[in-house]
Design a binder for this molecule. Sequence first.
Ligand code: ATP
Ligand code: MG
Length: 171
Amino acid sequence: MGNNKVKIGKLKLICHRKYSDVYEEFLDNKTYCLKVRRPSPNLAMKSIVESYKNYFNLKNRKGLVKVYDFWLKENTAYIRMEYLKDYISLVDWLKKNNNIERQKEVIIKILEIFFIMIKEGFIYLDYGYGNYMINKELKIKVIDLDILVKDRTQRLHWLGIGFLALLNNIK
Ligand SMILES: Nc1ncnc2c1ncn2[C@@H]1O[C@H](COP(=O)(O)OP(=O)(O)OP(=O)(O)O)[C@@H](O)[C@H]1O
Ligand SMILES: [Mg+2]
């Protein structure tokens, strides 16, 4: 986590949204994914900074995109992460895969990723399917870690465990 990183590689825009742009970045002969997140009314920049601090504090980051660097400049957050080449958005995957058994398999994998974070005392709160990418082997990666918070109540902790237990029962 740094403050004044200025070296940005050659950029190719992948996705433009109101408050963020996601690029494929070519830097020092490597390919990364660079997300540039502008201030938005519904998510304070200091919460985003907190989220990535939490990410870097996790011991087990299985199922999470690899984040190499995070910095703030002029109230804009920059997230340099691994570029997921052979993955597609779970939203697109769900449009093409309507087999309930396969969908269930995928949901269980997502819950297992949540569970790893819950065990370390963190909760991922951005459930939308647009925040996951999936490959042909049904490997899932959470790509958007802007809302990863400390579990201060323990209540959600138990909710997570309960939910996972329920899903295990219907397997
Ligand atoms: N690490 C990555 N590798 C490859 N593509 C990525 C990566 N991260 C994001 N993308 C692409 O950018 C899109 C938007 O990513 P992301 O969800 O992080 O943006 P966002 O601005 O938070 O969007 P939203 O507000 O809808 O959640 C993804 O659907 C995906 O196509
Ligand atoms: Mg997102």
